[in-house]
Design a protein around this ligand. Structure first.
Ligand SMILES: Cc1cc2nc3c(=O)[nH]c(=O)nc-3n(C[C@H](O)[C@H](O)[C@H](O)COP(=O)(O)OP(=O)(O)OC[C@H]3O[C@@H](n4cnc5c(N)ncnc54)[C@H](O)[C@@H]3O)c2cc1C
Ligand SMILES: *[C@@H]1O[C@H](CO)[C@@H](O)[C@H](O)[C@H]1NC(C)=O
Ligand SMILES: *[C@@H]1O[C@H](CO)[C@@H](O)[C@H](O)[C@H]1NC(C)=O
Ligand SMILES: *[C@@H]1O[C@H](CO)[C@@H](O)[C@H](O)[C@H]1NC(C)=O
Ligand SMILES: *[C@@H]1O[C@H](CO)[C@@H](O)[C@H](O)[C@H]1NC(C)=O
Ligand SMILES: *[C@@H]1O[C@H](CO)[C@@H](O)[C@H](O)[C@H]1NC(C)=O
Ligand SMILES: *[C@@H]1O[C@H](CO)[C@@H](O)[C@H](O)[C@H]1NC(C)=O
Ligand SMILES: *[C@@H]1O[C@H](CO)[C@@H](O)[C@H](O)[C@H]1NC(C)=O
Length: 656
């Protein structure tokens, strides 16, 4: 087996951790404690076997906890695992999580102990936008930068707590808000984040949160569309710095089902890091479109669609093994031979539910050619009427079955324009594994349809040797950071194309949604299960998909609250409902779905929900992990919310 470790810095973390606490004395609750390598928890190096990253070999163990108890460090029991006899006594029987200001909320000195034990990794939340507000964090130049770049994902990824859908943290402390007389509060942001560089820190955080009845959230890059990555008063586990990639050219999966090339990815690896590594090593990796989406914990565990999904399946179909810290604080591996229920749940059953993923091992595939075309146009630019435009769109959509059969990935966005007419872009429509000459043959009938209608979107063709080449040149830049937007999605099945009447109704329904003010992102994608893939929990609706739609409504800072409420209700009860009505029994995509979907269990998990719920109860009986629309989330709620949108500004409580 050829193993190349690209994450050497992880080994250096060990010494950093020690030097941060090297032979010091600290005072906790008035006690003087000398801290050295022997007593700081993350010192244990228990399993330096080749299957783990070096950051994963630094673990919290019973021996470490015993040592801490021996030196009588106060409050050590707050870090005990769930399986020891005393833990039942410590867990607070409350129906609600503890928040800052509560009598039972950990004191500053207890937080200090977490900081010491984690090697100085605790960060008290300072909202990114505070640079724009009067006070100790004011910074004029930084503020200007934030105002200019707030809609770029790069602005948020490296911050411990910033999120790209600010609606869910209450749109507090936005850089643009300062000049509007708004205040910078913590809102739905966590109170603390732990900057994770090893597994022991994750174990400490999970044990501490469980034993102290704290709200716990997980944040990697902040991309989540549903507010699953943040929570008022929470402790946040921040995994973004776990960006090791290991290339294994000859991997054999546990159980022997898969033999071939694989990558092991740390939980913080993002799309461009993965694509760059795959390009360098001569492979195609399965991941999404935005440069900075995290691949392991959110995307792959949640399903994950990719430009290569038509030929290689979903992100979750690539997973061969998962290393994870479970809600009891233990670090385990789930694959086809061990923890098999969890392994099933972790391939599609959604993020922020089963524990904190530390790494996943995924299949990678041969490098292949990509051909396709792009267009960016409007009805005005094409000098056509709205009806002609819709005939052109319909001509494309009616041909989805033949394009799907050729394994195409068509990624388009459209919206009505303020002065009338529409904007439309195809960025891109491409086929993995196809030469340009063949692609031109494939799309010629469509181009003929368009020509007959007098429609010329001025397509540009391309061919590249790899996904990386095509992806760097032909995908749009993502726009994030808008507090005035909500989205929902639907996976429309092949069935809608089989009955001509239903197909007409499908096209008319989608037009009605766009004409009622929604923007539409439409994908022609199929996501069949790849051959020889272990059974997984991914939404069965993916296996039937012909067209994946994301629809959204946008408003602005000046929209009156009553209108905002109506827009939220319209999205859930009207627009998404229209898509449900034409596709009964199908589903939506949990990572890009409607957070208020009243049938979220059916929509996001389909027939798998029952088994997923049973596994959730078994693995997380104390409700350590909760996120809106995650498996088991129906038992919890956030206090003080409007009934049309659940933000993370409030206390997490449970119904039973
Ligand atoms: C601009 C943009 C483009 C996108 N493009 C695509 C696309 O092409 N295809 C696609 O399928 N999806 C796409 N998505 C959706 C994306 O896959 C999900 O939002 C995904 O969950 C993001 O994961 P993250 O780690 O980057 O974000 P975060 O917001 O940090 O985390 C997302 C969720 O995962 C949880 N989580 C993160 N890390 C872990 C971990 N280690 N263990 C357990 N839980 C964890 C968080 O708690 C949260 O619930 C896109 C999103 C955006 C904003
Ligand atoms: C526990 O403490 C002893 C004595 O200082 C030390 O030798 C041992 O390595 C420690 N064990 C762990 C797991 O840290
Ligand atoms: C932490 O330890 C101090 C000193 O022993 C004690 O007074 C306090 O109650 C402990 N706090 C918790 C939450 O256990
Ligand atoms: C992003 O924000 C900047 C600054 O406000 C603005 O100039 C730019 O047009 C925005 N980009 C998009 C794509 O909305
Ligand atoms: C901001 O805070 C000040 C001082 O606490 C308060 O008077 C004011 O009403 C707040 N403004 C807003 C918009 O909440
Ligand atoms: C998080 O930890 C990494 C690795 O030690 C460090 O480089 C980075 O500066 C830390 N980030 C913050 C915000 O503390
Ligand atoms: C736009 O189309 C109309 C009607 O088909 C035609 O009369 C007009 O000349 C066209 N304008 C341009 C700029 O091509
Ligand atoms: C579907 O719509 C097309 C185009 O408008 C029309 O020609 C066709 O007759 C319709 N088919 C059915 C079954 O309604």
């Amino acid at each position: 087996m050829f193993i190349q470790r690209s994450g050497w810095w992880a080994a250096a973390t060990l010494s950093l951790l020690f030097s941060a606490s090297n032979a010091q004395t600290i005072i906790v609750d008035g006690e003087i404690i000398s801290v050295d390598e022997a007593i700081v928890a993350p010192a244990a190096d228990t399993s330096s076997d080749a299957s783990h990253f070096s950051f994963e070999s630094i673990q919290l163990t019973d021996d470490v906890l015993a040592n801490l108890t021996d030196i009588q460090l106060s409050n050590v029991s707050l870090f005990y695992f769930d399986d020891d006899a005393a833990s039942e006594k410590r867990s607070v029987g409350s129906q609600c999580k503890t928040m800052p200001g509560d009598l039972l909320y950990p004191s500053r000195s207890v937080w200090k102990i977490l900081d010491i034990l984690s090697g100085g990794a605790l960060i008290q939340t300072v909202p990114l936008g505070s640079a724009c507000y009067d006070g100790e964090h004011y910074d004029e130049a930084k503020c200007q930068f934030l105002i200019n770049n707030w809609n770029k994902s790069d602005t948020h990824v490296d911050d411990p707590s910033s999120v790209m859908s600010p609606l869910f943290e209450g749109a507090t402390c936005e850089p643009q808000g300062a000049s509007l007389g708004k205040n910078c509060t913590l809102g739905g942001f966590p109170s603390y984040s732990l900057n994770i560089t090893n597994v022991a820190q994750i174990q400490l955080a999970i044990n501490f949160a469980r034993n102290s009845n704290l709200r716990l959230v997980v944040r990697n890059t902040g991309h989540d569309f549903l507010g699953k990555n943040t929570g008022e008063g929470a402790l946040s586990i921040w995994t973004h710095n776990l960006n090791d990639i290991e290339v294994i050219s000859d991997y054999k999966s546990a159980g022997g089902r898969y033999k071939g090339p694989a990558f092991k990815l740390g939980a913080g690896v993002v799309v461009h890091e993965l694509y760059e590594a795959a390009e360098r090593e001569g492979y195609t990796a399965v991941a999404g479109e935005c440069r900075t989406v995290g691949v392991a914990g959110g995307y792959s565990v949640g399903g994950g669609h990719s430009p290569v999904t038509p030929i290689h399946g979903l992100g979750s179909d690539q997973i061969l093994s998962v290393d994870i810290v479970t809600p009891d604080g233990r670090f385990i591996t789930a694959d086809e031979t061990q923890n098999t229920d969890l392994f099933w749940a972790l391939r599609g059953g959604g993020p922020a539910t089963w524990g904190v993923v530390t790494s996943i091992t995924v299949k990678v595939h041969e490098k292949t050619v990509f051909s396709g075309m792009t267009w960016v146009t409007t009805t005005t630019a094409m000098n056509i009427t709205d009806d002609t435009f819709w005939e052109a769109i319909a001509a494309y959509w009616r041909r989805y079955p033949e394009f799907s059969a050729a394994k195409s990935y068509g990624y388009c966005r459209m919206s009505g324009l303020e002065g009338g007419g529409y904007a439309w872009r195809g960025l891109p429509f491409m086929v993995p594994g196809m030469k340009l000459a063949d692609f031109k043959v494939l799309v010629q009938p469509l181009l003929d349809d368009w020509a007959a209608l007098g429609v010329d979107p001025k397509v540009e063709f391309f061919e590249h040797d790899s996904l990386y080449q095509a992806w760097t040149r032909h995908f749009p830049t993502s726009v994030v950071g808008n507090a005035y937007a909500r989205t929902g999605s639907r996976l429309l099945p092949r069935k809608n194309w089989e009955d001509p009447e239903l197909l007409n109704k499908t096209i008319q329904t989608i037009r009605s949604i766009v004409d009622d003010g929604a923007f539409l992102v439409h994908y022609n994608i199929n996501a069949d299960e790849p051959e020889n893939t272990a059974e997984s929990s991914v939404n069965p609706a993916w296996r039937e998909v012909m067209m994946f739609n994301i629809i959204g409504l946008i408003w602005n800072a000046a929209t009156p609250e009553s209108e905002v409420a109506a827009l939220h209700e319209k999205l859930t009860n009207d627009l998404v409902q229209r898509l449900k009505d034409i596709s009964p029994g199908a589903g939506g995509y949990l990572n890009e779905g409607d957070v208020m979907d009243p049938e979220f269990a059916q929509s996001f998990y389909g027939s798998n929900y029952k088994r997923l719920s049973q596994i959730k109860k078994k693995i997380d009986p104390k409700n350590v992990f909760w996120a809106p629309t995650a498996v088991g989330s129906e038992n919890g709620y956030i206090t003080g919310q409007e009934d049309y949108v659940t933000k993370q500004t409030g206390r997490l409580c449970y119904k039973n």
